[in-house]
Design a protein around this ligand. Structure first.
Ligand SMILES: Nc1ncnc2c1ncn2[C@@H]1O[C@H](COP(=O)(O)OP(=O)(O)O)[C@@H](O)[C@H]1O
Ligand SMILES: [Mg+2]
Length: 417
């Protein structure tokens, strides 16, 4: 091949690989050659948004690592063993793998039967070693760009059964836990354009945000939305509300569709902070979400509203996991309250969390522009937010949570799903 032809071939290959979204990728290699190829792949421009970690130890190390930690978006496993060893190893990995995690295997055998068995076990791709940098880039990017690829992002919609019940606070703290504890790239989308508090809560004052997108629908694509995000922490970004009143915010039913779709293409977790309103777009955005959390305070109006919302959303989403609800602002001194058990009876499900009224910590966090876990990581309510993060990202049914008090609720949710 001449140099020019070679350059053309490289160019040709490069053109067909779409960049990887902001996914987390962890590789468990057995040989230094493969580790080097994966490392080089991580430095490729198409992988610049992804977070890549490489370890040695192959499948055994992977199964060990995930027996008490949530799994990333993608796991790459190198196995130099025989076909049977690979399959047995994968079976042990499957026990600790969270739903939605994609597995790529790098092995030595060019064997159709093995390939079939791997596919049957849900392995997304099988590469035959020795692998080159581009093989790895292509495999990772291909997981998300193939025409039949599942969208990367999971959308979690949070709304209050009334205004002021702490829905935004809960949404922001859960998003923080998803980013910080599960290490999934997360974006909080503040849909309360006039009065949203996500900027305040994360101590951010961005000059642009969701208004730039929703008022310029023709410009919306992944790259445009990307520029509107402000980075809060390593894995957490914010699509902020302007919280100014010069404009009014009347939107059509589909106003936020393309924004959410763009986010879904690159962000593993999208938390929608939906204001307490009942409009075409709030209803539509809720129904379209992957998971819904309704936040209610323990009084009669909240009970009625939560019931109406849950009934409507359950009917509109008969094939989805049921929307969940949590109680917030519980046990205000001297205040008569409706008991969680009565909520459960009326709503047909237990609350997924009961968050006490704690003006001291919530007030301090809000005034400092901090999350509860930043203020006090060991606080009981910070742990509740971590559990909600696990549950809402589908990472609850394994491991840590098994031994927690939370487990019965998860079991129940699974049964009612
Ligand atoms: N569990 C709680 N205990 C005490 N204060 C809380 C609690 N949850 C939220 N708050 C406070 O309640 C106020 C309203 O919260 P916010 O999240 O803005 O409500 P919403 O989004 O439902 O309107 C905020 O000042 C917040 O700090
Ligand atoms: Mg709010």
């Amino acid at each position: 091949m001449t140099d020019i032809m070679q350059a053309a071939a490289v160019e040709d290959q490069a053109e067909h690989i779409a960049p990887a979204p902001r996914v987390s990728v962890q590789a468990f290699c057995e040989t230094v050659e493969t580790a080097a190829a994966v490392q080089a792949a991580g430095e490729d421009r198409r992988m610049s948004k992804a977070h890549l970690k490489i370890q040695m130890g192959g499948i055994t190390a992977a199964a060990e690592a995930y027996s008490n930690a949530p799994t990333p978006n993608v796991i790459i496993i190198e196995s130099v063993g025989r076909g049977d060893d690979v399959l047995n190893g994968l079976d042990s990995l499957a026990d600790v793998c969270d739903a939605g995690t994609r597995v790529v295997v790098i092995g030595r055998h060019n064997d159709v039967l093995l390939y079939r068995e791997l596919t049957r076990r849900g392995v997304s791709d099988y590469l035959i070693s020795p692998v080159g940098t581009l093989d790895v880039v292509r495999a990772i990017c291909g997981l998300f760009s193939a025409p039949d690829a599942k969208p990367v992002g999971r959308v979690i919609a949070v709304i209050g059964a009334k205004g002021g019940v702490g829905a935004s606070t809960v949404a922001h703290n859960i998003a923080f836990a998803v980013a910080h504890d599960l290490q999934l790239d997360t974006v909080v989308t503040d849909l309360d354009l006039g009065f949203g508090t996500a900027g305040l809560d994360y101590n951010q004052d961005p000059t642009q945000g969701i208004a730039d997108a929703v008022f310029s629908p023709d410009r919306i694509d992944t790259a445009f939305i990307d520029r509107l995000l402000s980075k809060c922490t390593d894995h957490l970004s914010l699509l902020a509300a302007p919280a100014t009143l010069e404009r009014v915010y009347d939107f059509g039913e589909e106003a936020f569709d393309s924004i959410v779709d763009s986010l879904r293409a690159t962000m593993p977790c999208i938390v929608l902070d939906i204001p307490h309103q009942w409009t075409g777009w709030t209803k539509r955005t809720l129904i379209a979400a992957d998971d819904i959390l309704i936040v209610a305070a323990p009084d009669l109006a909240n009970l009625r509203n939560a019931k109406n919302m849950l009934d409507l959303l359950r009917a509109a989403r008969p094939n989805d996991r049921r929307p969940s609800y949590c109680l917030n602002l519980v046990s205000v001194p001297k205040r008569p309250e409706i008991k969680p058990a009565d909520f459960a009876k009326a709503l047909g499900d237990q609350p997924v969390a009961i968050i006490p009224f704690e003006p001291q910590v919530f007030g301090t966090a809000a005034n400092n522009g901090q999350m509860l876990a930043e203020l006090s990581s060991s606080h009981r309510t910070a742990e509740t937010f971590r559990q909600l993060a696990q549950m809402l990202t589908g990472r609850a049914d394994t491991k840590k949570s098994k031994s927690s008090l939370f487990a019965p609720i998860i079991e129940m949710l699974k049964r009612s799903a």
